[in-house]
Design a binder for this molecule. Structure first.
Ligand code: HEC
Length: 186
């Protein structure tokens, strides 16, 4: 899961297209959205990615994805991996867009991602850094694959999570992912 915030300032195109009258005020001038959303990857080559827009949020705001139909909710499910353009539109017709990437997780990485989120916090998640490691970003897990293996499976120099150990089933999820190539797509 990832969470982002982006702000984009919407433009001035209406000035150019308003029936040739260039002196009318642009109703969208100064309107900008602070986009917020949750997004989930497409896992195992299946169209199961999703995006949930949490802001902007108002009865009068509609959403569309990749130029599709306007819809009242900001929920988009059944997505393949890829980059999507989500557009928000208010009652005055002012629009703003945000680009959201849905990664493709392999099933083994998805299991490891879930395990790390569940068992490696709060020490290595939510912005926390311990032993120089933070695992909020998918890439940070990929980059630390050897240390994650050493600390959770071999227990070298001591076991993680600190003060305990993963179950045998969960250790196997890590070694399976490592053996498969320790990529996001594995
Ligand atoms: C209760 C807090 C806590 C939890 C939970 C925890 N860690 Fe750590 N981790 C630490 C601390 C403190 C250090 C630095 C001291 C050390 O290396 O032992 C550390 C260091 C690390 C390091 C870097 C040091 C090295 O050997 O390369 C890795 C990798 C690591 N942890 C992996 C994990 C993984 C994977 C999990 C979840 C399965 C996890 N940790 C859960 C506290 C925690």
């Amino acid at each position: 899961m990832s969470r982002f915030t982006s702000t984009a300032v919407i433009g001035f195109l209406i000035l150019l297209t308003a029936c040739g009258k260039k002196d009318i005020a642009d109703p969208c001038q100064g309107v900008n959205y602070n986009f917020q959303y949750l997004s989930f990857p497409a896992t195992g080559g299946v169209y199961n990615g999703s995006i949930y827009m949490t802001a902007p949020s108002a009865d009068t705001v509609t959403f569309s994805i990749n130029g599709g139909n306007e819809q009242l909710t900001g929920t988009f499910t059944g997505l393949a991996s890829g980059e999507y353009v989500i557009r928000a539109k208010n009652a005055k017709g002012c629009t703003d867009t945000v680009h959201i990437k849905i990664p493709a997780y392999g099933t083994r990485f998805a299991a490891v991602r879930q395990l790390v989120t569940g068992y490696c916090g709060p020490c290595h998640t939510g912005g926390a850094v311990n032993g120089n490691m933070n695992f909020d970003a998918d890439e940070s897990i990929v980059n630390a694959w050897d240390r994650i293996l050493a600390r959770t499976v071999a227990g070298t120099p001591s076991f993680m999570p600190q003060g305990g150990q993963l179950t045998t089933v969960d250790k196997t999820k890590i070694s399976d992912w490592v053996n498969a190539g320790h990529r996001i797509s594995d």
